[in-house]
Write a protein that binds this ligand. Sequence first.
Ligand SMILES: *[C@@H]1O[C@H](CO)[C@@H](O)[C@H](O)[C@H]1NC(C)=O
Ligand SMILES: *[C@@H]1O[C@H](CO)[C@@H](O)[C@H](O)[C@H]1NC(C)=O
Ligand SMILES: *[C@@H]1O[C@H](CO)[C@@H](O)[C@H](O)[C@H]1NC(C)=O
Ligand SMILES: *[C@@H]1O[C@H](CO)[C@@H](O)[C@H](O)[C@H]1NC(C)=O
Ligand SMILES: *[C@@H]1O[C@H](CO)[C@@H](O)[C@H](O)[C@H]1NC(C)=O
Ligand SMILES: *[C@@H]1O[C@H](CO)[C@@H](O)[C@H](O)[C@H]1NC(C)=O
Ligand SMILES: *[C@@H]1O[C@H](CO)[C@@H](O)[C@H](O)[C@H]1NC(C)=O
Length: 424
Amino acid sequence: MRFFSTMATALAVGQTAFAAPHKDHDSWGHDGKIAPKVLIISLFSPEADIWYEKLPSSGLGDLLDHNITAPGLSMLFPHVHCVSDHSICQMTTGESEINAASSVMAAALSGKFDLTKTYFMIAGIAGINPKYGTLGSVALAQYTVQVALQYEFDAREMPSNWSTGYFGYGTDAPNIYPGNAYGTEVLELSATLRDLAYGFASKANLSSDPTATEYGQRYAAVQNTSLYAPASQPPSVIKCDSVTSDVYFSGNILGEAFEEVTSVWTNGTGKYCMTAQEDSAVLEVLVRLAIEGLVDFSRAILMRTGSDFDRPPPNETAFDNLRIADQNGFDIAIDNIFNAGVEIVRGILDGWHTTFHKGVEPANYIGDIFGSLGGAPDFGPGSTTNGTGYKPHGRSGDEMRRRGVSSGMGRKAGYAKRATVGRN
Ligand SMILES: *[C@@H]1O[C@H](CO)[C@@H](O)[C@H](O)[C@H]1NC(C)=O
Ligand SMILES: *[C@@H]1O[C@H](CO)[C@@H](O)[C@H](O)[C@H]1NC(C)=O
Ligand SMILES: *[C@@H]1O[C@H](CO)[C@@H](O)[C@H](O)[C@H]1NC(C)=O
Ligand SMILES: *[C@@H]1O[C@H](CO)[C@@H](O)[C@H](O)[C@H]1NC(C)=O
Ligand SMILES: *[C@@H]1O[C@H](CO)[C@@H](O)[C@H](O)[C@H]1NC(C)=O
Ligand SMILES: *[C@@H]1O[C@H](CO)[C@@H](O)[C@H](O)[C@H]1NC(C)=O
Ligand SMILES: *[C@@H]1O[C@H](CO)[C@@H](O)[C@H](O)[C@H]1NC(C)=O
């Protein structure tokens, strides 16, 4: 999550009434497990509360009808919530990469759910890049890039001709493809599903706010007006990508540095418009589970709504933009999670029998930089499995070790830098 202020909002949003639990066999999978058609993944309370508050009046059910516990869920958010027929469930992971990965893995491996046909929708607020959108914009992503997974010098100690202190593992300067990969650098989602979600979300009437509109219009004063034009337009649904970092970075220099990282690591395809703290973590969990056949990675949707600009408008400091200025984007970002998200949920449920039960074949590569799910990544140095993907139950790792093939792309870059492959 990224949020501007207003924890009061979080506390003010009440939880609504609940209906008595009732059993319905529509969304029960094998062995009596719960088989939701959609699992909404929220990261912190306000992103969840909007669904508890507003879903009942949409006619799609009340997420507080079933509360399901599992060992390993966040101590702050110890339940997965589902509507009465279990067609829609929702969980809150807790913020940042560690909480996000731990919580989703716990829910998925709890034994209580059959997620093989479930559509996962990450639905959170984010920092927005004014080159792509504005406060309240709704982005649907094809990529998330873990931009801070790099070496970093404090800028005061970096070589004097560098534009950023961040540079990739196994490299000697910024904006060179990393020579070593941990596996979570870039995760690519189905653009085919993303486009369908975009169509559904585009039906929504998005919330806007006069103070937020005025703040966005300040970017029109930058010298290259056309570059920042989206910031001064009303919020809309956009197709562009997210970056993940535990560090809540802000300002022009880091914004532009991570735009470059996104472009280089996705081989020119990715466009950084939203910054958040959980996406790579959630999606890495889904890659791992997809290897085991427990989820279908082509059913993942990544939606982020802009709550605050990631860099200041002209004549404002980075500090003032982050901590002082009243951008007023928080409430509309939360609203638009629901406004756009409910249309996506409805679209999937309405099209379940015709389209979504059997799944939507992705036209693009999906998965990670290793090629873990098979196929040839359209970014990075190529599949580490010759396109076959990793086999379940650890079999590929075992086979590779026996044959002396190194799995992954070289490890511990910082410790064995000169010895590793792939420097370019
Ligand atoms: C589920 O938990 C919420 C609080 O998070 C509570 O308001 C609701 O009554 C619970 N539902 C059931 C069926 O116990
Ligand atoms: C910075 O200067 C070094 C030393 O002169 C040079 O090797 C390097 O290419 C320069 N890097 C950039 C990004 O200009
Ligand atoms: C959006 O607003 C228009 C005009 O008020 C209304 O006709 C339409 O149903 C609304 N759409 C949604 C998805 O609420
Ligand atoms: C920014 O500040 C400079 C110097 O005070 C001033 O000339 C310029 O008009 C200001 N620009 C905007 C957009 O406020
Ligand atoms: C201004 O922005 C446009 C649109 O992104 C871009 O094509 C152009 O190169 C930019 N010009 C300068 C001088 O940065
Ligand atoms: C991506 O770019 C890197 C660096 O230029 C290159 O080595 C790699 O082959 C490219 N990958 C693809 C799939 O084009
Ligand atoms: C991929 O194929 C090459 C050439 O056939 C072989 O040397 C390598 O061991 C294979 N790698 C894996 C992971 O199977």
